[in-house]
Design a protein around this ligand. Structure first.
Ligand code: AMP
Ligand code: GLY
Length: 432
């Protein structure tokens, strides 16, 4: 079968690497396309230029190339309804419809759904104007959690320590700091606990748990400095025990899928639940309608089942026939970013990956380009250096050994990815 993968980041390189191993692409003449792709993805797929915002053009490409499955990596085209346009032409798509992608596209939509379906999440109000938002602050205490309703490239959440800071942030949000995304703001209770990500695939009815991970959102070691898209991750997340995963399935994922179906917006694709593990159990912080980046890289590193077959079954409503097997080992990925990230990353820095994969590590390209045949940085997050080990401590050592073998002088990275779990593993080995 011919497959088209959309996207250009480390997440899509990991998906491309895994899809390239699928039986769906095993026959002579099977073609694998990616758009726009990147130099890492180009090792597995033929990269083509498509205007993803032009749904008709994407559908025409699919028709001309007899595409049997489209895999959509990022959220924006899903929230924009690309999956609906392709499905209306009879093309199988891995990714939710526009209506279902509101789970990521509108924080207020998701909070209202949680209320209707009795899903544990922080108490909240939706505020459509600055006046209402300022008045609503009376109902909350510091720290104030303020969220632009729409897609804001991961930057739409402000945690304000004081009432003054909250008022200032609300004024900015309604003043257009996040464009249209901030036309409505959700104010919610501050939850305390450890955060973890939980993934599930669903075709709208069947649900397949698809692993756990923990990300490191802050740019600096010890979880300090500004928020980023994620500086490193590992999977599984031992903090999300089997018991807690079962609870998250029962209390959060299953009612979400059932309610979306009952309300005529069946969700098809991957549901990525950001959870806060509170004293009262897992609570939903947010949903994403795509794989996490860089969480996807560690999930794919552990996945033993055929990703293409699972995604096709999901797209065709046959997910109940699938199982997902993951290696028991831990995978850990370190993000190498360009200096200046997350504000103004330096572009064009030289990268030498020659011996990085010598010991079994895998380097996914997140923001690279080829310039006169040489690999250079071309984005904020540039490389995702991924390795496996018996536990987080060993996977961490293997990943940093590969990082140390990479020459990227205009890059930087955190040296402590996995620190929480490494500390816990150390305690288990040498109890006081
Ligand atoms: P997001 O950009 O939506 O991933 O949110 C950024 C971060 O804000 C999350 O990863 C949490 O650390 C934090 N956050 C979001 N909602 C809450 C909440 N209700 N209570 C505490 N922290 C929160
Ligand atoms: N790594 C966080 C995200 O993909 O949203």
């Amino acid at each position: 079968m011919n497959i088209l993968l959309l996207g250009s980041g480390g997440r899509e390189h990991a998906l491309a690497w895994k899809l390239a191993q699928s039986r769906l692409l095993a026959a002579d003449g099977d073609k694998f396309f990616a758009s726009p792709g990147n130099p890492g993805i180009a090792e597995h797929a033929e990269c083509v230029a498509l205007d993803i915002g032009d749904h008709k053009a994407v559908a025409a490409f699919c028709a001309e190339n007899a595409i049997g499955l489209v895999v959509v990596g990022p959220e924006a085209p899903l929230v924009d309804g690309l999956a609906d346009s392709l499905r209306s032409d009879g093309i199988a798509v891995f990714g939710p419809s526009k209506a279902a992608a509101q789970l990521e596209g509108s924080k207020g939509f998701t909070k209202d759904l949680c209320e209707r379906a009795n899903i544990p999440t922080a108490g909240y109000v939706r505020t459509p104007s600055l006046d209402q938002a300022l008045a609503a602050l009376d109902r909350f205490a510091a720290p104030y959690v303020l969220k632009a309703d729409g897609l804001a490239a991961g930057k739409g959440v402000v945690i304000a320590e004081t009432r003054e800071a909250a008022e200032e942030a609300l004024t900015d949000m309604f003043g257009g700091a996040f464009g249209e995304a901030g036309a409505e703001v959700v104010i919610e209770e501050f939850l305390t606990g450890e955060e973890a990500s939980f993934f599930a695939l669903t075709d709208g009815t069947a649900i397949l748990p698809f692993g756990s991970a923990q990300d490191h959102k802050r740019v600096g070691e010890g979880d300090t400095g500004p928020n980023t898209g994620g500086m490193g991750a590992y999977s599984p997340a031992p903090v999300l025990s089997e018991e807690l995963q079962a609870r998250a399935m029962r209390e959060i994922i299953e009612p979400t899928v059932a309610t979306m179906r009952a309300e005529g917006m069946p969700y098809s694709g991957v549901l990525y639940a950001g959870l806060m593990l509170t004293e009262c159990g897992p609570q939903l912080i947010e949903y994403n309608c795509r794989f996490g980046d860089p969480e996807c890289q560690v999930l794919m590193s552990r996945l033993e089942s055929d990703l293409g077959e699972i995604m096709l079954a999901c797209a065709k409503g046959r997910l109940a026939e699938c199982e997902a097997r993951f290696a028991d080992e831990t995978a850990l990925t370190v993000v190498m970013a360009a200096k200046g990230y997350p504000s103004t990353p330096e572009k064009g820095g030289a990268i030498d990956l020659d011996s990085a994969e010598a010991n079994g590590a895998k380097v996914f390209h997140a923001g690279t380009a080829l310039k006169e045949g040489k690999l250079v940085a071309n984005g904020g997050r540039v490389l995702n250096v991924t390795a496996r080990g018996a536990n987080v401590t060993e996977a961490q050592a293997a990943a940093y050994a590969a990082v140390d073998a990479i020459a990227f002088p205009s890059g930087f990275y955190r040296r402590d990815i996995g620190w929480r779990e490494v500390a816990r593993e150390g305690e288990q080995e040498s109890p006081a």
